[in-house]
Design a protein around this ligand. Sequence first.
Ligand SMILES: Nc1ncnc2c1ncn2[C@@H]1O[C@H](COP(=O)(O)OP(=O)(O)OP(=O)(O)O)[C@@H](O)[C@H]1O
Length: 364
Amino acid sequence: MRVKEIRLVNFRNYAAAGLEAGPGRNIIYGDNGAGKTNLLEALHFCLSGSSCRTLREEEAIGPAGDRALLHAVLTVRELDVETGVEITAAGKRLTLNGRETAREAFPGRGGIVLFTPEDLLVVTGSPAERRRFFDRLFSTLIPGYRGALRAYQRALEQRNTLLRTCRGAVEPPTDLAVWTEALAAAASSLYHLRLKGLALLTPGAAKVFRPLTGKRLAIRYASTVPLREDEAATKEQVLSALAALRTDELRHGQTLVGPARDDFILLVEGKQLRSHGSRGEQRAAVLALKIAEAELLEKQRGEGVIYLLDDVFSELDGKRRLALLAATEGRQTFITTTCKPALKEAAFFRVENGTITAEGDAGV
Ligand SMILES: Nc1ncnc2c1ncn2[C@@H]1O[C@H](COP(=O)(O)OP(=O)(O)OP(=O)(O)O)[C@@H](O)[C@H]1O
């Protein structure tokens, strides 16, 4: 899959602009606030049918009217398809080859690997940020993960509601046992899928990380429950952990162990990346995870993914930038940056105050 061209009308700070993309690297450069991230967002919209920045998509409507329009020509399995996005305050209308369609039919869904500076929270943020990151990643990579996560979240919510209503009680309510059983079953399947996900992702991420930093990356799953090889045995472990904490749970009015309390620890040379890694190493680790995700997605889809990389060069020195470019070689890549890099094989687009100028011509 690749983007051939995109046009934007009244989309954020673009009155009317567009570009014809190169098949490989596309470097979008310009000053802060010029509109580089807006352009990546427009690409994301045209590929997947939704924003990568906000759930309030009407925010993207520019000042010159009551609607934003996007149109793209994509090549999907050798065929050209056209996608359109019209955003108004009342909602958005998506089209595929001129026909109204649902978001699910957009060809780029599941085929984009996006890096934004906020992704660094996977290293620097709270365990909840890391769980969110890996849950999203495994939901696309591991069959059954999304369903297992939902089942666990449902059971947890029900059990927590029950614990809240009898907070401070000495004896547990009679139906707690039912929800404890449901939670333990859902938790043990989720545990096993998380371990499966890590086993799938970590070698690829470590392989990309090594040339980026010269160091060894590992990911350890920090579980609040001792995990066993066998799913049924893990379920027993969850049940006994919950039984041991019953009094505390009644006092706090919530479940105190399980996948919603766990963490994913990123280690570099055996040390916590969060506390011991440099900013460049932290960024490299997130990029390595994203690139490993892309490689696995490509295997699954049998088709190349598209990289949308926002401000990816910051904090990487020249050598590391080259290593990153080598790791993304062969796929269509859109990279935003404030400084134009000295590269030979790339299409360059200068973004300035809502205008896009392709290097070598006057723009589209
Ligand atoms: N709906 C909108 N209408 C008009 N302008 C908007 C709208 N939404 C955002 N903008 C403006 O778009 C400008 C460019 O934003 P963008 O995030 O794309 O910049 P950028 O080039 O990525 O900058 P940086 O290098 O600082 O990340 C901002 O000044 C912002 O105020």
